[in-house]
Design a protein around this ligand. Sequence first.
Ligand SMILES: *Cc1c(COP(=O)(O)O)cnc(C)c1O
Length: 377
Amino acid sequence: MRAKTKMIHGGITGDEATGAVSVPIYQVSTYKQDSVGNHRGYEYSRTGNPTRHALETVIADLENGKAGFAFGSGMAAVTSVMMLLQANDHVLMTDDVYGGSYRLMTKVLNRFDLDHTFVDTSYPEKVEAAIQNNTKALFVETPTNPLLKITNIKKMSEIAKKHDLLLIVDNTFATPYWQNPLELGADIVLHSATKYIGGHSDVVSGLVIVGTEALAEELHFIQNSVGAVLGPQDSWLLLRGIKTLALRMEAIEKNSQKIVEFLQNHDNVSTVYYPGIKDHRGHDIAASQAKGFGGMISFDAGSGEKADQVLSRVKYFTLAESLGAVESLISVPAKMTHASIPADRRDELGITDGLIRLSVGIEDADDLIEDLKVALK
Ligand SMILES: *Cc1c(COP(=O)(O)O)cnc(C)c1O
């Protein structure tokens, strides 16, 4: 089955019992047992729920994994994956990971003596150099936010195999439609499904997909023990979102290409960051490991004041955090998502005050470009 067909016919489709073509929302906590210990596959909804199970099955299909797991948020997914590790283990992590993952490692999991080092994973040699005796996992996000840095997943997998590390990839920006890290050698893939997979700004959720039975067993043990599961209603919203994921990603890709072209030719825009641009440092790797470049674009408007002006003038781009929805969103990372990073560190990373981040939606590209044209005048 090809990816587009999997989104419609993958996993569990419909309801065996009634013939309903959409998986029903099994809003239930417990299940009648026919006799003690003799149940029909479900006993308690933390352990397993049919709506959640349908979602977990289709996402495993989409990422070509052995099993999928749904969590109450992307951060619940990251936390649960980290629970596979132990005190005094060491994790190598992409240096510009999502802020919440950074906070989890530096302010929460450090309390349990889970050690970490942040490293620019777009340079494989830096990753090898940072490996310690107690390094157990390599956590990579690619592309990253907001500068769309690209890490070579195959290279990371070679390093991980050589040093016996668990390779975990946050695939949120690329989506399972464009990029499948398990096929490139990752052990675990995770998503903030709040973003593209849900796609409609109406659900907070996280998904994890693993490549082996052994990891599936371990992660199910953790999911059931920690209990950060996704509810049936939210699982259903994701099932619904997945049906149009391919169509949305293709529409977003087309719009993004047009917007990038417009921005590159605009006098008031200096740098444009998008992996689809030929001279983007990660372009060749992105082109080789992903089928699309995605809908996240960053560009420099010159100064904080100019960025403010753009933000106050746009009418179709909604000023908001988050990304990956049908509606286009706009933000200034230095003042919003990355405000907690010290100014000198932001400068080092290239996150200037004038940097604007777009999450391109599925509106008519001409309207979006006109909107930016007026705002950039
Ligand atoms: C949003 C996001 C997360 C966290 O997901 P939530 O659903 O907000 O908890 C993790 N990684 C990336 C790349 C994200 O964009």
